[in-house]
Write a protein that binds this ligand. Sequence first.
Ligand code: FDA
Length: 282
Amino acid sequence: MRLGAARFVAGETLKEAIEQVRLLNNDGLVVTLDHLGEFVFDEHEAFASTQACLDVLDAIHASGVKSNMSLKMTSLGLDLSKELCMKHMRMILDKARELDNFVRIDMEDYAHIDVTMEIFDELKREYGKHVGLVIQAYLYRTVDDMKRLETEFESMNLRLVKGAYLESPKVAYPDMADVNKNYLKIIEMHLLSGHYSAVASHDDMVINWTKEFVKKHNIPNEQFEFQMLYGVRPETQRELVREGYTMRVYVPYGNDWYGYFSRRIAERPANALFIIKNMFRK
Ligand code: FDA
C-alpha cells in the first residue's frame, strides 16, 4: 500500500477515510465513499462487505461529512445469486433512505451488465432518489440503455464514464476516438433530458466541452456535477470548485485495493511512473 496505492486509496480503515473526506470537504469538494471490494464468491465475505457499506453510511451520518456512497454489487455476492445480492442491496438502501443519503451502483464488466440493470430497475422503483447507476460510453448498447432509463423513470441520476474494463470489440468500441464521440453524445443526451448528470472524467477535452455545453443551453449548476477519482488531478478538482461547479471525489478505502489500483495503472501508465518517482521522495 505504501509503495503506491496510497495515492489512490484513502487508507485501510473507515476512520482514516472519514478524515480524508473531511479534508476534501474543507476544500469545497464533496465525496462519494467506496469500501473497496469486488468479485466476491463467498457468502460470509459478501455479508461482511454489506456490513461495511452499512458502516460507511452510519459513519457519514455520525461525522456529518458531505458524502454519499458508491459500491460494486459483485462485492455483495452478485456472482453467488441475484437474490442474495438484492437482499444485501435492500439492507443498504433501507439505511440510505433512513439517513437520507444516496447510493451509486458502479457499473462493472460486461458480463454483469444485464443483471445489474435488472436489479437496478427493481431497486429504483422501491427506493427512488436514494439510488443511482453508472453508464459506460464504450458500450454499443449505451445510448439505448440511457433512452430507456430516461423515459421509464421520473428522475434518473446517472454517472457517465468512458468505461474501465477490457471488453471485446463485439460489445464495446475498440477505438478511443469512438468512445470519446459516444461519451459526448451521452453527456449531451442526459444533460438535455433534464435528469441529473455526473460527468466523471479527468479529460480536459470532456470537461471543457461540458462547461461550454451547459453555458450554451442554460443548464443550471444544480443539474450536474463533475466527478474525479481520489488522487487524480487534485489541482484541477479544486479549480473546478473555485469556478463554482460541484466537484465530487470518488474516495476508495479498505484492504481490497489491488483490482482498483491496477485499473488506474492500466488507464494511465504515467501513474506508475509517478508512483515510482514518489517512492524515492520523502
Ligand atoms: P482518459 O483516461 O481517457 O484520459 C484522457 C485524458 O485526460 C488524458 O489524455 C489526459 O489528458 C487527461 N488525464 C487523465 N488522467 C490524468 C492525470 N492523472 N493527470 C493529468 N491528466 C490526466 N468506470 C467503469 O467502468 N465503471 C464505473 O462505475 C466507473 N466509475 C468511475 C467513477 C469516477 C468518479 C471516475 C472519475 C471514473 C469512473 N470510472 C468507472 C472510470 C472511467 O470509466 C475511466 O476508465 C476513467 O475515468 C479514465 O477515463 P477519463 O475520462 O478520466 O480519461
